[in-house]
Design a binder for this molecule. Sequence first.
Ligand SMILES: C[S@@+](CC[C@H](N)C(=O)[O-])C[C@H]1O[C@@H](n2cnc3c(N)ncnc32)[C@H](O)[C@@H]1O
Length: 256
Amino acid sequence: MSAEITRVARAFRRGLPTYGRDARAQARIAAYLAALIRAHAVPRPARVLEFGCGTGFLTRHLLDDLHPGQFWVNDLLPETADLLAPRLRAHPGAAFFLPGPIQSIDLPARLDLIASASTVQWFDDPAREVARLCRQLAPGGLLALSGFGPDQFHELQALGSTAAAPGYVAPGEWAGILPKEMTLLHVEDRHMRLAFPDAPAVLRHLRSTGVNAGAGQIWSKGRLSRFETSYRDRFARLGALPVTYHPVFVLARRTA
Ligand SMILES: C[S@@+](CC[C@H](N)C(=O)[O-])C[C@H]1O[C@@H](n2cnc3c(N)ncnc32)[C@H](O)[C@@H]1O
């Protein structure tokens, strides 16, 4: 595993016990992506892959809404299999857990749907990995992803934080990233703002949702206090500190 993937795994492992409770933005993103998938996917698809499942925000929707025949579900962290085990056992079709970085997994072929919420931003080369994934789709198969755009955590970026993921992709860039056999059906971005009482609460939120893999900073008392002051000066609204999420939703169909 590369040093980068090891760092991402460490951050998500640390946040795993609290992710289900604190990742409010990701829960809403997964629910919205699921609604888009319902609008575009065939009912009861035979073969479905989800990667970067985490605690299963999107997984639940895929199983309950689509009832796939065969379902492969992946996450970098092998222990997420335990969280999903009751759901996967109850699934009347066949369900398989594929642990590890999706980049190094032998992917199933002839898929009707590849879905993933809030994970592609961790790819260092989204175009390369998306092209590899799309090759596993059957003709007519659907790719349905959410990643994050360049405004993700823009307050933190402006304050010099390095808590960014490597692969933020703007909505307008997706057409150029998709391989030529894919037809773009839908691309949409949203801005979602969460509010926190102070800077330590912001940092706790990043940590408890595992999204701070890019941040290697040590927070001395003085540094934290300067961070709080700048955050308040530039961004406070009604006394609270906002954190902006910038999800980007992409649906594309394999047409060749
Ligand atoms: C922000 S969470 C999203 C989890 C879930 N999809 C959701 O919507 O809540 C990102 C997940 O992607 C996983 N992940 C990160 N890089 C990955 C990779 N290269 N391959 C597979 N999973 C990865 C992390 O372990 C984490 O569980």
